[in-house]
Every structure is written in C-alpha cells, then in structure tokens.
Design a protein around this ligand. Structure first.
Ligand code: ARG
Length: 468
C-alpha cells in the first residue's frame, strides 16, 4: 500500500514504481532514517502528541527495525518506494496504531533532507580521515626522501631543481585544502530541517529546536520552504569531493608519467600495479589511471546536480531525489581512490638517481647563473639575456658545453661553473616556501603540525557525545 492510498482508488502502475523508486539508492541511509525518526518520536512525546506508551512502542519498533536491518532479515515490500516508506511501513506493522502516528507533523520532504544531512555529517568525516591517511603517506615519503631532488617543470619542460620532498608536499597542501573544504561544507550543512513538514511547518505544536538539539545539529532551519528545497549542501559536498578527485587525478597523471619508461622516476610495487593479458612485459599504473579517469565521473556528478537544481521552483520537487546517487558515489569513489593511490605511493620506489640525473643537466641551473649575475649588480633582464645567449650557443650543433662558455665568461667564470655542479642548484633555493633543503625542513614541520591539527579537528567532531 502506498503512503497516499486514501486519496487514490487504484494502486500505482508497475512502471511508475520502477521509474520513481529510490530504494536501491537510499536504503544506505536507513540508519540515519532511524536516528531521525527516534528524535522525531521523542519530540512528539515532549509536546504531548504521543503518550509515553505510544512513544515507547514506536521507539521499540524502530529498534526492532534496526536489528532486522543489521541481521539482514528486514524484508522490503514491493511497494516500498524509498527507505522512509519501508521503515514507516515496518514500524506500523510492529507497533500497530502507535506506529501509525510516527509520521505526525512530518513529511518525507523534511525527513529526507534530515537523513541526508545526517549522512553527510558522518561520511564527510570518513572522507576527511581517508585524506589524512593519504597525507600521512605523502609526509612519510617526503621525510624519507631526504635531499633527493628532481627537475621541477613548467610547461612540462625542465625548469629548476626541486627536492622530491617539496614536490610530494605540494600535493599534500592541496589535500589540506580539501580537508578544510570538507569540514567547512560539513559545518554549513549542520542545520536540522526537521519540523519544516512538507513545506510550511505545521499546525501541531512541534519543537524543531528541541529535535535539532536532540539530533546534534548546530541549529534548526530558519525557513521551512528553504529547509525542504535546499540542496546547497549536496552541491557543496560534491564540489569539495570533486576538487579532491581533481587533485588525485593530477597525482595520478604524474604517477603515470613518472612510471613510464620514458621518464623512469617511479617503480611500482607488484601489489599496486597490474599486468597485461597479452603483453608479458607490462606493468601498468591502472590505479593512477583510474584515479585520473574517475575524477571525470565526479565532475559529471557535480554538474549533473547543479543542472538538476537550476530550474526548480520552491519548494520540494521530486527532481531532488536525484541528489543522492551522485553524492553517495562520489564519497565511495574518493574513499576507494585514496586507499588505492595511497597504497601505490606508500610502496612505490622513487628512482632518485634517475631523477637527479635529469635535474643535473646544465640548463636546469640557468636561472642560478642569471641570479649570480644579478647578485653582482647586473639588472635581471640583462642577466637573463646573457645566460640565454650562452645556453643558445651551447645548444647549437657542435656548440661547446655550457660549462665551457660559463667558465670563459668574464662575470661568471669559475663561480658560475660551480653552480653547474650536480646538486648545487637545489641547495640555492633558500627562500621561505622554496624548494631547497632549508625551507623544506621548515615546511615539513609546518605540514606535520597542520596534519596534527586537522586530525584533532576531525577527531573532535567524531568524539563521543558529538552526533554523527
Ligand atoms: N525519495 C524521496 C527523495 O529522495 C523522498 C521524498 C519524497 N517526497 C515526496 N513528496 N514524494 O527525495
């Protein structure tokens, strides 16, 4: 039986149910639905809409539903179009007339918004923890990398040498912003919609403030129309997840590049790479490619949701049911991607000798030669032109090695040649936040402090007594 059978003479068409049902997607919010329903029941009891016996009966039935769901014995009925319908049906079966009071003053519109916010509060923390674990891998690899260096690139052309630790931490900081964004989205979505009803509140003496506090929300809604039609929180969460996906994609791209025979900076562990069904020699970076590929899916989820939202009049429209599938998938894919890519990075071999050889090519020190001239008083533009000319001459067919030209240059000479020595240039990146050993040592400390602080932030939100 549908929830609206009173108004209708006939039952729903099979094709209607097949098209409109969201049970397969939203059943994973069952736990949140129970949490929301318990708070609603307690709220109804506080204002006298349920007496103590009725409240106890309904709460008992909600507990029974929880046990059945946990044991896998909960039977979904063919007409259960979503998890809210299924839970209410079963509660009514178990608690009888008292169960029929569960939905007093409540609509699935405020119910589903409540459930989804509870779900987000918990799951965004799960993703944040997965990001923190990934960052831990980066920082451990950065610490272990010591003084190893590689070429830094612009336009994918060798530019200046950077410490490997510096390169790894660059990704770490991007992920720190992701944690911040996830927690920020979580903070803004920490508002209870329960009590908004279908769209306009209720004639019954509901207590949305009490229910919000009971559920551990920071506040209740201010406007019932907004409460049931707002999916900003899904869009924001999806954006934070998608940008995280984009960051993992960029890491994935570098792993693909670095592990190629052409570059050879990275060797992949057997357990974290894949072979080919036909080509016996292959060892493929599939995790990295899928981290890159799957971020496209998340971008689709985000833009799809925004397109769904853009034309909706207030208040609830069934279009809003389309919010959950992309959100759930985005969370799931990010947790999977962080685990897999984290494992890959934790076990990969950095071929630092290959990296350093690439970084020791003389032209990578060109900027240092120019800066040496600047230190001697030459305007930078002039110094740039002088060194550019030497590089051009050395690259001409049959041209002399750069070191020879530098050695013979009046203002460069032996001091200039010393700058071309392997490993010399990276030591000269000394400015705060720069790529050399001195600033990177400071950066490592700051990064670890940030990681500890973020762990504490997430831990405090998870602490006992703080709702999901
Ligand atoms: N399954 C629906 C959703 O996810 C629940 C709300 C249904 N509300 C309604 N008025 N039909 O949005």
């Amino acid at each position: 039986m549908t929830l609206w059978a009173g108004r209708f003479e006939g039952g729903p068409a099979d094709a209607l149910l097949a098209f409109t049902s969201s049970l397969d997607v939203d059943r994973r919010m069952a736990g949140d639905d129970l949490v929301g329903s318990r708070a609603h029941v307690r709220g109804l009891a506080r204002v006298g809409l349920l007496d103590a016996d009725e409240a106890a009966a309904v709460l008992g039935a909600l507990d029974a539903v929880e046990s059945e769901l946990a044991a896998g014995t909960f039977v979904f009925a063919p007409g259960d179009e979503d998890v809210h319908t299924a839970v209410e049906r079963r509660v009514t079966e178990l608690a009888g007339p008292a169960g029929a009071k569960l939905h007093t003053g409540r609509s699935r519109n405020d119910q589903v918004a409540t459930d989804l916010r509870l779900w987000c509060k918990r799951e965004l923390l799960v993703v944040s923890e997965a990001v923190l674990a990934f960052q831990q891998v980066l920082v451990e690899r950065a610490l272990a990398a010591g003084g190893a260096y590689l070429p830094g690139y612009t336009h994918l052309q060798r530019a200046q040498p950077v410490l490997l630790a510096h390169h790894l931490l660059a990704h770490g900081w991007a992920l720190a912003r992701d944690v911040d964004r996830l927690l920020d989205a979580r903070r803004r979505l920490d508002v209870s919609p329960l009590g908004a009803g279908a769209l306009a509140g209720s004639s019954l003496p509901l207590d949305p403030d009490g229910v919000a506090a009971d559920l551990g929300f920071a506040a209740r809604f201010e406007n019932s129309l907004d409460a049931v039609s707002d999916r900003d929180f899904v869009a924001e969460s999806l954006f934070a997840l998608t940008l995280l996906g984009v960051h993992l994609s960029r890491i994935g791209e570098e792993v693909v590049l670095w592990s190629s025979d052409e570059v050879g900076f990275l060797g992949l562990d057997d357990a974290w790479s894949t072979g080919s069904s036909m080509l016996p020699q292959k060892k493929n970076p599939d995790i990295a490619e899928l981290a890159r590929g799957r971020s496209g899916r998340l971008i689709g989820h985000l833009t799809g949701l925004l397109a769904t939202l853009k034309g909706l009049p207030l208040a609830y429209n069934r279009d809003l049911q389309e919010d959950k599938e992309p959100l759930f998938d985005a969370v799931e894919q990010m947790v999977l991607a962080l685990g897999a890519l984290g494992g890959l990075l934790a076990t990969a071999t950095f071929r630092t000798e290959v990296m350093q050889e690439a970084a020791d090519g003389p032209v990578v020190a060109a900027t240092d030669l120019a800066e040496h001239l600047v230190a001697g008083g030459m305007p930078f533009r002039e110094a740039h032109a002088v060194v550019g000319g030497l590089v051009r001459a050395s690259l001409e067919p049959g041209g002399p090695p750069l070191a020879e030209l530098v050695g013979g240059h009046e203002q460069l000479g032996p001091a200039g040649v010393a700058l071309l020595e392997p490993g010399a240039a990276v030591l000269r990146r000394t400015t705060p936040g720069g790529a050399g050993p001195a600033p990177v040592a400071v950066q490592l400390e700051r990064f670890q402090a940030r990681l500890d602080a973020d762990r504490a932030r997430v831990g405090a939100l998870r602490a006992p007594g703080v709702a999901p």
